[in-house]
Write a protein that binds this ligand. Structure first.
Ligand code: DGL
Length: 266
């Protein structure tokens, strides 16, 4: 049993898709979230920059005494997870393997789409995670650079014309590939799930990479006897390197409750 908090970080709001699953499935756990809004987007950055930011984010969470960390960011998971594991003595849960396993379980036709940031696609991490488990799958992977800025500026509704136009532009080719399963390989993308489902077809399985990583952390804590023994709702704190008020405003709809964003001392 371990009463310390679970840590979660992302470049901004996207990691809330993992935090929401943690809130729902592990309600008694304490949670420390960090969104590095001041430095987002991570997707266009170099691998070296991504590693440096990931180190700094981890140090912030460790200063809050977390027992495990969900790297709720496809870009960091695909470019820096090995370096984080080498540098810090805390269990890390990335999104790549968790999403690949879920996609392979979901697919019936073996045609899997992957959408993520430029840096994630460039790394080839999703492709490797899928092909190393099943070399018979057909994969179409593509970067969607316009999605993260849209979500961070509060545009996510399927009714929003900006969202619809971006989804159509980024996913046009992918739809012609006719995947039956699509990995939403950037944690921001499930916030556009409704618009993506409408465009791709409702029968396409959509895999939330952050949600899958959160579930795998839950299984690990259970197996290692590291869940809290508390039976009162966990304390959740949401930190940002950017504007706390804006973080609160944009995050509440995705978590389903009001959030008091706190400016991180970082
Ligand atoms: N949400 C992150 C990811 O999963 C990063 C997006 C970005 O900052 O570009 O890749």
């Amino acid at each position: 049993m371990d009463r310390r908090a679970i840590g979660v970080f992302d470049s901004g709001l996207g990691g809330l898709t993992a935090a929401k699953v943690l809130e729902d499935t592990l309600p008694y756990e304490n949670l420390i979230y960090f969104g590095d809004t001041a430095n987002m987007p991570y997707g266009p950055r170099s691998r070296e920059e991504i590693i440096a930011l990931a180190h700094r984010n981890t140090e912030f969470l460790l200063s809050k005494d977390v027992k495990a960390i969900v790297v709720a960011c496809g870009t960091v998971s695909s470019n820096a997870l090995a370096e984080l594991r080498e540098s810090f003595d805390v269990p890390f849960f990335g999104v790549i393997d968790a999403a690949a396993i879920a996609a392979l379980e979901a697919t019936e036709t073996g045609r899997i789409g992957v959408i993520a940031t430029e840096a994630s696609i460039r790394s080839g991490a999703y492709r490797r995670a899928l092909e190393s488990r099943n070399d018979g799958v057909r994969i179409f992977d593509t970067a969607c650079p316009s999605f993260v800025p849209l979500v961070e500026s509060g545009h996510s509704s399927a009714e929003d014309s900006l969202v619809r136009a971006a989804v159509e532009k980024e996913l046009w080719e992918l739809r012609r590939f006719e995947p039956d399963t699509l990995i939403l390989g950037c944690t921001h993308f499930p916030l556009l799930e409704e618009a993506i489902a409408e465009f791709m077809g409702r029968d396409v399985h959509l895999i939330s990479c952050g949600g899958e990583a959160a579930l795998s952390l839950g299984e690990y804590l259970h197996k290692e006897n590291m869940l809290t023994d508390s039976k009162t709702p966990g304390e959740r704190r949401y930190f940002t390197s950017g504007d706390a008020e804006s973080f609160s405003r944009h995050s509440a709809p995705f978590l389903g409750h009001a959030v008091k964003g706190e400016k991180a001392d970082i």
